[in-house]
Write a protein that binds this ligand. Structure first.
Ligand SMILES: [Zn+2]
Length: 238
């Protein structure tokens, strides 16, 4: 029986490893940049400025292909572990749509990263070659702090050999291992966040008539993600 071929290409990451957690900084102008993604630059951490690398993928066609184009995007996973992305296998997009999604000149926050072919013989593509920062605009709240994320790579094939053809089909996709985000730097809204957390905690305790229990100052003083999650869980149980 003929094997059903879903992907016209097979893909793999040449980037050695991804981490389970990445720090995401809130910068001016709405930049939300992942630090050290997917790894520190040449394995050496830069404590200021950009730290990170391009992502390399290798694409091997499993059948004769027309022109290929490679893109990548960060996206959250739903509770079933499925990426909530802007495209899926077999989607058809126009050249214009693809360009718009990855046009960093027009909009630095455009959601996609275009891949550059760096070795045609071996089908190696580099994503974010010029290391302009790994912006990921996903909006978090305290109920979504546990959300997992991936970097999805998509391969589009021009539908016809002719360069006049403006339609492309998604013929391959690849997901990085899942990771979580945390924010170390003091965000602008952090004071308000804690104010609300404490008010919420006090209200819950008042409702339970449990006022002699001490405030968790040790938890409130620190702002690392684990403690925030711990407090959030306490509040949810209260
Ligand atoms: Zn680093």
């Amino acid at each position: 029986m003929a094997q059903m071929c879903v992907n016209a290409v097979s893909l793999r990451f040449l980037t050695s490893e991804f981490k389970a957690h990445y720090q995401r900084n809130n910068k001016q102008g709405g930049h939300k940049n992942l630090r050290c993604f997917p790894n520190c630059c040449n394995g050496i951490h830069a404590s200021s400025g950009f730290c990170g690398s391009a992502v390399l993928v290798q694409i091997s066609p499993t059948m004769p292909c027309n022109q290929l184009a490679v893109y990548a995007a960060f996206c959250p996973l739903n509770t079933a572990g499925q990426p909530q992305s802007l495209t899926y296998l077999r989607d058809i997009k126009t050249t214009e749509q693809l360009n718009a999604l990855a046009d960093k000149e027009r909009d630095v926050h455009s959601p996609w990263y275009a891949g550059d072919c760096v070795n045609n013989d071996n089908g190696v593509y580099s994503i974010n070659t010029f290391k302009r920062g790994w912006h990921y605009g996903w909006t978090s709240n305290r109920h979504m702090a546990d959300t997992k994320h991936v970097l999805c790579v998509y391969v589009f094939e021009r539908n016809k050999p002719s360069l006049d053809c403006c339609f492309w089909s998604c013929v391959g996709e690849l997901m990085s291992p899942a990771f979580q985000l945390y924010c170390r730097r003091r965000a602008k809204g952090e004071k308000m966040f804690w104010h609300n957390e404490v008010l919420f905690y006090l209200k819950k305790r008042y409702q339970r008539n449990d006022m002699e229990k001490p405030m968790p100052y040790n938890i409130l003083r620190d702002n690392d993600m684990g403690k925030i999650q711990c407090l959030t869980k306490c509040l949810d149980r209260a």
